[in-house]
Design a protein around this ligand. Structure first.
Ligand SMILES: [Zn+2]
Length: 409
């Protein structure tokens, strides 16, 4: 992902200069004097990609960020949203979610949840396999206002039959077809999803992961593997050793038994995996986030790269409340800074997606996907997925969502 210096950002954000600025992504000229269609006024903008954290006004035109700066009252145009007292951040990006038609058994109709999640972009983590991809893309992905990318499940079954295990029979894997599907839809498909849990893979051990990697390599184009862990079969170190740089370990702080922390010690293979570029993703879900594992891993120097929800029909009403802003709030309670937590759901997952120019930032020319958050300062109790509780003193609550310049919430 292209990055911009702080100085460039300030220049692009200069107000009322009369200059016609080149958009960094469109390759075209955007006239800063044209009136904005939408102004988000008076909020505290946090844009980790540029290092900006301060009071700014955000102006939007043609579905893109036009300027970020301090506007004169008279120059605010179009619809004005008063964001005083709120955080204004790039639209939240959820790297592990589940998406489906209204009648799906696991995936959610994500547009109906925008007010609760603040999410403008999410990644379907293996909801379908290759045989169902075309229909899923046409009937679900393309119908949503939320931007959806996806990992294709290595099993032809995908997760459409959840909670039936999808990987008991290796005959359900077709490496070539999965690879061809990912290669043919590389604009939307980031790679291959596999779930390595004992009850899911049965006697097949790590073979589904090996085949997922083979399919990703055959697809080419840097296709990634997203591997779910929990009670993975065999030694978790063997699984970790298979993951390639750029692959994603999701549910990294699972406490289901075969954890990255064992007998109080972080597995050396976990540290080695992170060092060589494996991406550690939270994937909270209904059963995959254990404060004790997280705290031990953090104490021993392993920090996750991205925060994701693993929100789906079976997790959405669990006590841990895996809605993305609530999971972000747990990381505030664990001692992460607000700026890092915002980065973990904006510029970092956008970098993993690595397909959409300007995703995860508020720089001029970027898609006008913006989330407004309220930082509520009050004593709060957070629960993980094992009923452990931790106290916090603040939490994040969505207060508005703009997607491609349109006010959704
Ligand atoms: Zn999931």
């Amino acid at each position: 992902m292209k990055r911009f210096s702080r100085r460039q950002f300030i220049e692009w954000s200069a107000w009322g200069t009369g200059a016609v600025l080149a958009s960094p992504w469109l390759g075209a000229q955007s006239n800063v004097l044209a009136p904005p269609e939408l102004t988000i006024r008076g909020g505290t903008v946090i844009d980790p990609a540029s290092g900006l954290h301060g009071r700014r006004d955000v102006m939007v035109r043609d579905g893109r960020i036009q300027q970020v700066g301090l506007a004169e009252a008279g120059s605010m145009g179009g619809h004005v949203i008063d964001a005083t007292g709120l955080l204004v951040v790039p639209g939240l990006v959820d790297l592990h979610a589940h998406v489906g038609a209204p009648e799906a058994t696991l995936g959610l109709p994500v547009d109906t949840l925008t007010a609760e999640t603040g999410v403008t972009t999410c990644v379907s983590a293996g909801d379908v396999g290759a045989p169902d991809w075309a229909a899923f893309q046409r009937d679900v992905v393309d119908q949503l206002n939320t931007r959806v990318l996806a990992f294709l499940h290595i099993s032809n079954r995908g997760l459409l039959g959840f909670p039936e295990p999808e990987m008991l029979d290796l005959a359900d894997i077709a490496v070539d077809r999965a690879a061809e599907t990912v290669a043919a839809h590389a604009d939307v498909l980031l790679g291959i999803k596999v779930r390595e849990g004992s009850a899911i893979v049965g006697e097949n051990g790590l073979e589904p992961l090996r085949r997922a990697i083979a399919a990703a390599e055959r697809a080419g184009g840097g296709a990634r593997v997203m591997c779910h862990i929990g009670d993975a079969p065999g030694a978790l170190s063997d699984l970790l050793d298979l993951l390639r740089p750029g692959d994603i370990l999701t549910h990294c702080f699972s406490g289901l038994g075969n954890n990255i922390v064992q007998a109080g010690k972080l597995l050396p293979a976990a540290r080695e995996a992170q060092t060589r570029g494996v991406i550690f993703d939270v994937g909270h879900g209904g059963g995959s986030f254990d404060f004790a594992v997280a705290e031990a891993a953090l104490d021993q120097g392993l920090r996750p790269h991205t925060i994701s929800s693993d929100l789906h029909r079976a997790s959405i009403d669990t006590p841990g409340n895996p809605r993305l802003p609530w999971v972000m709030s747990k990381f505030l309670a664990l001692g992460f800074s607000l700026d890092e937590v915002v980065a973990m759901v904006t510029t970092r997952p956008a970098g993993v997606i690595d397909r959409i120019q300007g995703l995860g930032t508020l720089a001029p020319g970027a898609p006008a996907d913006v989330t407004l958050l309220e930082l509520v300062e009050e004593p709060t109790v957070f629960v993980d997925t094992t009923t452990k509780r931790r106290a916090g003193d603040r939490y994040l609550r969505p207060a508005g969502v703009i997607r491609a310049g349109r006010v959704m919430v």
